[in-house]
Design a protein around this ligand. Structure first.
Ligand code: ZN
Length: 410
């Protein structure tokens, strides 16, 4: 799948110290050091309908910060993102709107690319659709069948979780709650004949008019979680001691999607899938959950049409911690625009307060689980010092740091 154009990222300022990046791991419940020199990152991409709402933007901007930080600190990063271009919600949406599902997907993928380009997000090294990865997915299911960890139910193929060490014992939430969320997010816990209610579907047998692919084990299409397992294992180079460094996405993917993706990989490779599992919080609107069903989604493309600059969108989404659930509002956008004006005004002065230590503080804050509120505090204090007439800094150092680490090009 075509990615989006490359983005220039200025190198880090000479002399800046880059502490090891620590990210909060949703399963371990604590921060984990991202300390390797070679990093493989997998971020779950969109299902191509309703692109690109602020929840999407918040997620991809958060992990763009990770990509930028690691690269600025001299680490190698291989970054892979998928696009779920065949999935029940996509088919349902297309049917509801009497639209061809392929056309709907293609138009939304184009829109997503435009939005990511406008938002200055570093493109992934590989941007992979499920359809173009079908051979890899089928091959992975074949391997799962060959090692005897699957079973068949009326042509559908399931992973037998009880054959994967710790799969049921180490659930990230109580079983009762897991069953409810599993069902809400496309699972089928009540299906008669399943060995365990949470066993994930690897392959769904051909049904009705639904699109299907031909595999040695039957015609059909893949389950959701196996797609990401296959795309990640195929496209990312192996790290040590886990298969990849980081699996990331929105917090609605903690369970079951990322949990199952990781288990499936572990079932095959015998090692833990990722060293860290990091999740971005959900974005609501004016005190309410933002959702398709409520019809209150805010879109990046609409904001762009309204003349909102991508720098302001970034600043608005970075005002609070990436991992917190937060609200989008007109006030948030206005205060981000005001902050940008204040920064621009300070940066336009000939004499500015010392800058090097501000850049170092910005870097230290990002290294500590992407603490963007702390970054804002450092920048706002620097503006205040500059406004008070302090001198000795170089405005170019701040502009460059904003570009390198925060993706904000002034
Ligand atoms: Zn995924």
């Amino acid at each position: 799948m075509l990615s989006w154009p490359n983005v220039y990222m200025p190198p880090a300022l000479a002399g800046i110290n880059h502490p090891t990046l620590a990210l909060f791991d949703s399963y371990k419940g604590k921060k984990v050091a991202i300390s390797g020199d070679q990093n493989s990152i997998y971020v779950c991409g969109i299902t191509p309908y309703d692109a690109t709402h602020m929840g999407h933007a918040a997620t991809y901007l958060a992990f763009d910060l990770v990509n930028r930080y690691l690269k600025a600190s001299g680490k190698k990063v291989s970054f892979v993102e998928n696009i779920t271009d065949i999935d029940d919600p996509l088919l349902e949406r297309a049917a509801r709107d009497c639209q061809d599902w392929k056309e709907l997907a293609a138009s939304q993928i184009d829109l997503f690319r435009e939005d990511m380009t406008a938002l200055n997000v570093l493109p992934p090294n590989a941007y992979r659709g499920v359809i173009e990865s079908m051979d890899d997915i089928i091959s992975l299911v074949e391997q799962m069948i060959a090692i005897g960890k699957t079973y068949e139910l009326e042509g559908d193929i399931y992973l037998d979780l009880q054959q994967v060490d710790g799969a049921i014992q180490d659930l990230p939430l109580p079983l009762e709650q897991a069953l409810i969320i599993f069902k809400e997010r496309g699972g089928d816990p009540q299906r008669v004949g399943k060995r365990h209610a949470l066993d994930p579907l690897l392959w769904k047998a051909r049904a009705g008019e639904d699109p299907y692919w031909i595999a040695s084990f039957g015609e059909g299409r893949p389950g959701w979680h196996i797609e990401c397992t296959a795309i990640a294992l195929k496209n990312l180079s192996k790290t040590n001691p886990t298969s990849i460094t980081l699996q990331a996405g929105g917090s609605d993917l903690i369970f079951p999607h990322h949990y199952m993706t990781a288990l499936q990989a572990k079932a095959l490779t015998g090692v833990e899938f990722a060293s860290c599992y990091s999740h971005a919080g959900m974005i609501g609107l004016d005190g309410e959950k933002m959702s398709k069903s409520k019809g209150n989604l805010v879109f990046v493309s609409k904001l762009r049409q309204d003349g909102v600059s991508p720098a302001v969108i970034r600043l608005a989404l970075f005002a609070d911690k990436y991992s917190s659930d937060r609200m989008w509002s007109k006030e948030l956008l206005d205060s981000a625009a005001e902050f940008l004006d204040r920064l621009l005004s300070a940066l336009s002065r000939q004499e500015v307060a010392p800058t090097f230590e501000v850049v170092q503080e910005l870097v230290n804050a990002l290294a500590d689980d992407l603490d963007t509120p702390r970054v804002f505090l450092a920048l706002s204090n620097w503006c205040a010092r500059t406004e008070a007439g302090q001198m000795g800094g170089s405005p170019g150092e701040i502009s460059r740091a904003l570009d390198t680490y925060l993706g904000i090009t002034l």
